[in-house]
Write a protein that binds this ligand. Sequence first.
Ligand code: SF4
Length: 122
Amino acid sequence: MTLETKEMICILCPLGCKMRVKEKPDQPGELSVRGQQCKLGVDYAYDEYSNPTRTVTSTVVIHNAPLPRLPVKTSKPIPKELVFPAIDEITRTEVEGPIEIGTVIIKNLLGTDSDVIATRSL
Ligand code: SF4
């Protein structure tokens, strides 16, 4: 059996190390990681290999405000496969102004335990 090698870029700092990651054939669950310049890259590789997540940033429609859309983001990263359904849910949402920065706009987005919060007052 050939184990897949994944190429990924560590996004934990501006260096953006390009890494090659694959499961060790003789140690299932253990990863061989190459290309990182510090050990944070190894932690990132494990997370990204087994449970990739992303923070989602977007906007929602806001009424009674000087601008038509309010910028928002998830309070913590959500599973990568839920990013597009999350964007659908967020773009369907409308709120009434005024809204303070940090206000929860959607609680527990798609059951992820991550809230959508306003990233500015409007
Ligand atoms: S591996 Fe370390 S040095 Fe490289 S991008 Fe990640 S955090 Fe930065």
